[in-house]
Design a protein around this ligand. Structure first.
Ligand code: PRX
Length: 643
């Protein structure tokens, strides 16, 4: 753990939205009088009918939390309509293509018109308030347009990351009861093409309820269009009216469903509602990035993840920012790309993932140093713990000691940032997400759910509702209560472990459940295991995470074959490719070890603790193995350790 401290610079404290004194005051206010505090703060978004009832419900019983429940609004109005008078001609989205020679800019007025047209087009296809619409698009402006068009109609969008397989797409479409899909001919990433329409066609063979597919032409690739079902995006929009009144939504009506992996079963649809989410998106974007009007802001995430939802689309647009959308990858055409884009568009605020920083660090300082980066003022990190070495490199090489770094901890379920430095208020420690934002009450609890005080390590829980929290698992409220509120009664359990130091700073240590964080992407070990056992030659599989230099964690799979099957290299490759096809490239195991049998307790439970140690090559400290049904299994696994 790093004990280096970077104090708040006085010149930053003098101009930042929040200084140390203000932080203390608003933190205390939000903790003791949440209703009063958020009654004021909720005015930052546009309401049709402003709320008078601010908060109801808590983390007990069946956890029916409601924020702003008698207010009405439409999220797209906060992001578009209300900016037209003051900044209609300001750039809303800068789009930077995978190809470094191509970029476009679109103003708030143009974005507004595109959203209205597409919303009308969706209406013609039968989309109504309360429906779910699936968006399976690459990083193009149309992805933001599609999200906002759904919001305008009051239909919840469910965005599926373009790297997911047809099966994963189909599973989400079916779970959410989707009938309209928005996709593209192909995506582009790092000079390669992603066959989104072909994947969609494959997925839809399992989804008879989808009656309409809208296809955005991105590459112009030749893709088959099914008459009656498939529609060209541009043709639909050209025929649609540019005038589309926003649908009046209750604050607690759904804005979107986003699937995320947990420790058991299939991915869950995290449901976020309109009022609380929008307030949280706007509030956290302004405070954490210390956003000021006129600045260019760039979050490198994909809109398929929650970071893209909150910090490419809803947060920045609600705040009238200029938000940059990048179609490509950090290393294409070369490792200088991020910084070239920063210079090209004079980016002031830059937000990325530790895995990207580590992969660029490996390429040395030259690709960074050949660019200016003088426009940069603030750097951010999200998605996984950032190791102090990567933090310090980011600070010294990219930010030239000038730019504070906000290491932001949060989750899909949270809607927005929860623990993060505020650059005018909180001294930085490399590797620590530092302190909770106002409105966030984190606690560390022991295995029995008792709150721990002072300098201590424990399970990270949140004690009270905040506006941006998810409200339910789509279609399965029991699973919501079971997953998040049953481990420690009365608390939201994050699934993360953390340490609190003597200064009250939080250091996230990573997941304490069976979820792995691969390059900032969440993957349930159970999902990878069920993909593996779906292969006809596999009898059993156990999957764990292991430390990986670039990705943070890699995927390590132990596979037991069916009797009579021969383990060999060709089969190993086939199984890795199988998982890739079943779930998507992000789920492909980095290492696959043949396991004649798995270490199990006498009651048949796989002892993952041991498998994790072997995968991490920490075989000296295996701990107690006496409860195993057959302790000799472990010796064999250690001897044949892969990688
Ligand atoms: O383990 C934590 C890790 O990512 C998990 C949430 O993943 P997801 O829902 O996909 O959202 C990612 C982006 C918000 C958390 O449970 N995580 C996220 N940010 C950090 C982090 N771990 C340490 N430090 C962070 N800054």
């Amino acid at each position: 753990m790093s004990d280096i401290l970077f104090p708040v610079k006085p010149e930053i404290a003098a101009t930042a939205h929040v200084n140390a004194e203000q932080y203390k005051a608003i933190y205390a206010r939000a903790a003791t009088d949440p209703a009063g505090y958020w009654a004021e703060e909720c005015k930052r978004i546009a309401w049709m009918k402003p709320p008078t009832r601010i908060l109801s419900g808590d983390f007990h019983g069946d956890v029916r939390v409601k924020w702003f429940e008698d207010g009405t609004l439409n999220a797209s109005v906060s992001c578009l309509d209300r900016h037209l008078a003051t900044r209609g001609d300001q750039v809303a989205i800068i789009w930077e293509s995978d190809d470094p020679n191509v970029s476009t800019k679109i103003t708030y007025r143009q974005l507004y018109e595109q959203v209205c047209r597409f919303a009308n087009a969706l209406k013609v296809l039968g989309v109504r308030k309360g429906d779910r619409v699936c968006i399976y698009l690459p990083m193009v402006v149309e992805a933001a347009v599609a999200m906002l068009a759904c919001a305008r109609l009051g239909a919840a969008h469910t965005v599926v990351f373009g790297g997911f397989s047809p099966d994963s797409l189909a599973q989400r479409i079916k779970d959410a009861g989707v009938r309209v899909l928005i996709t593209a001919d192909e995506g582009r990433r790092g000079g390669r093409k992603v066959p989104l329409k072909a994947n969609s066609d494959a997925a839809l063979r399992q989804c008879p309820d989808v009656h309409s597919v809208v296809v955005v032409k991105v590459t112009g690739g030749d893709v088959p269009m099914q008459t009656g079902r498939d529609h060209d995006y541009a043709t639909l929009c050209a025929a649609a009216s540019p005038d589309c009144p926003p649908t009046e939504m209750n604050a607690e009506d759904p804005l979107f469903v986003l699937y995320t992996s947990g420790s058991t079963g299939q991915p869950k649809g995290a449901l976020h509602t309109t009022g609380g989410y929008m307030v949280w998106a706007s509030y956290t974007h302004e405070l954490v990035f210390d956003y000021r009007p006129g600045e260019v802001y760039w979050c490198t995430a994909d809109v398929g993840w929650v970071t893209g939802h909150t910090y490419i689309v809803y947060g920045p647009l609600a705040n009238g920012a200029t938000t940059l959308m990048f179609e490509g990858v950090p290393t294409y055409p070369d490792a200088s790309r991020f910084w070239q884009v920063v210079d090209k568009h004079q980016v002031n605020i830059f937000y990325t993932a530790p895995t990207a920083i580590r992969s660029l660090m490996r390429e040395g300082e030259a690709p960074v140093e050949k660019t200016s980066r003088k426009s940069l003022r603030l750097l951010g990190s999200v998605g996984e713990p950032i190791n102090p070495e990567a933090w310090l490199w980011y600070h010294r090489v990219v930010g030239e000691h000038r730019c504070p770094i906000v290491d932001t901890w949060w989750q899909t379920e949270n809607g927005g940032i929860m623990i993060s430095p505020l650059i005018g208020a909180i001294a930085l420690k490399p590797g620590s997400a530092t302190r909770p934002l106002p409105g966030v009450l984190p606690v560390l609890v022991d295995a029995e759910g008792r709150e721990l005080e002072g300098e201590v390590e424990g399970n990270l829980c949140i004690k009270a509702p905040w506006p941006g929290m998810m409200r339910t698992v789509y279609g399965d409220h029991d699973r919501f209560v079971q997953t998040y509120f049953s481990t420690y009664k009365g608390y939201y359990f994050t699934g993360d472990g953390a340490r609190r130091d003597a200064d009250g700073y939080f250091w996230i240590t990573g997941r304490v459940d069976d979820v792995i964080n691969v390059a900032g992407h969440r993957m349930g070990t159970a999902e990878v295991e069920s993909a593996l056992v779906a292969h006809p030659k596999v009898a059993e599989a156990a999957v764990v995470g292991f430390p990986h230099d670039i990705k943070g964690q890699g995927i390590y799979a132990y596979v037991t074959l069916k009797v009579g099957e021969e383990p060999n290299d060709a089969l190993r490759k086939e199984l890795i490719a199988w998982v890739r096809k079943e779930i998507g490239p992000i789920a492909a195991p980095d290492t696959l070890q043949w396991a004649p049998s798995l270490p199990k307790t006498r009651s048949g439970k796989i002892m993952r603790r041991i498998l994790r140690k072997i995968a991490a090559n920490e075989t000296d400290g295996l701990g107690d193995t006496s409860t195993l049904a057959d302790p000799s299994v472990v010796k064999d696994l250690i001897e044949h350790r892969a990688g």
